[in-house]
Design a protein around this ligand. Structure first.
Ligand SMILES: Cc1ncc(COP(=O)(O)O)c(C=O)c1O
Length: 107
């Protein structure tokens, strides 16, 4: 249930089990109505279809490289620039899921 307490909605675009697709534009509309952010996992969609972050109107979008027959252990994160510019940088390791801020690492 989405309410004013919702901060982030994380949803996949296309299911790897059913191959069905969520209406991401609609989910983004519901989320933004309560000032929540949306992160969409497009691992199963970007290799097979055009995905337009602007028309989906999502705040964040991720996919992994190996689903596109490329290297394993890397991927990408898209984020709206006005949101990313307010966030602290951090490193995430695929192997140990350790995250720390860049400034912590440099000190
Ligand atoms: C929608 C979705 N996201 C993520 C993954 C897993 O991605 P990764 O292997 O990069 O962790 C899968 C795996 O099939 C998937 O279907």
């Amino acid at each position: 249930m989405i309410s004013r307490k919702t901060k982030l909605i994380v949803v996949h675009h296309v299911s790897n089990v059913l191959a069905s697709a969520f209406s991401i534009e609609e989910i983004a509309h519901w989320a933004h109505d309560v000032r929540a952010k949306v992160l969409v996992d497009t691992c199963q969609s970007v290799p097979h279809m055009m995905v337009d972050v602007q028309s989906l109107n999502v705040d964040f979008l991720v996919a992994s490289s190996h689903k596109m027959r490329r290297r394993t252990s890397i991927g990408f994160l898209y984020g709206k620039s006005d949101i990313l510019s307010t966030m602290h940088h951090f490193w995430v390791s695929h192997y140990n899921f350790h995250a720390s801020s860049v400034s912590e690492r440099n000190n």
